[in-house]
Design a protein around this ligand. Structure first.
Ligand code: HEC
Length: 150
């Protein structure tokens, strides 16, 4: 548990420090990889909590879903700045850099889907949340199929 807390604090300070420097150059490619993987991990955690509600595995609590959707919406904007030139690696496929226009458009599609999910979540309508969650999930998968190692 202690390890987990230290990990989380490090992660949060990394995120806060980096978020303040949007489009900052990373000192080393590993820093960019760590940044994007961290942002994606935290985003996926909140996304997964909404997924559990959508699948009926967790009770529907409007406020919790709204909070998680807001986190997803904010974090969905962060990873992309860390896929700059020279940051090849991690589990990203080379196509991220060789077909960067397609990658960018996949990231924009996902951010729009997540804005819709956040709107549905703030309104608290479970049917709309389910629909928007499905579309957002498809946008994750679409990009992973083309740009992430299996
Ligand atoms: C535009 C493309 C794109 C979209 C959209 C996208 N991802 Fe990813 N994702 C990637 C790539 C590329 C990696 C590998 C990054 C790396 O290892 O450097 C990744 C990695 C991840 C990881 C692993 C992070 C780690 O610690 O290694 C998670 C979790 C994840 N994505 C969740 C999601 C979820 C959830 C969504 C949708 C809400 C999503 N992603 C949308 C491209 C995308």
């Amino acid at each position: 548990m202690k390890f987990k807390r230290i990990f989380l604090m490090t992660l949060i300070s990394t995120l806060l420090a980096s978020a303040g420097l949007a489009f900052a150059q990373f000192k080393k490619p590993e820093d960019a990889i760590k940044y994007r993987q961290s942002a994606l991990t935290v985003m996926a955690n909140s996304f997964g909590k909404i997924g559990a509600v959508v699948k009926g595995e967790a009770p529907f609590n409007k406020d919790e879903v709204a909070k998680n959707a807001a986190v997803v919406a904010t974090l969905s904007t962060l990873p992309w700045q860390a896929f700059g030139p020279g940051t090849e690696g991690g589990n990203a496929l080379p196509a991220v850099w060789t077909d960067n226009a397609k990658f960018k458009s996949a990231s924009e599609k996902m951010q729009l889907a997540v804005v819709d999910l956040n709107k549905a979540a703030q309104s608290g309508d479970l049917e709309n949340i389910k629909k928007a969650f499905g579309a957002a999930g498809a946008s994750c998968k679409g990009c992973h199929d083309d740009f992430k190692k299996k």
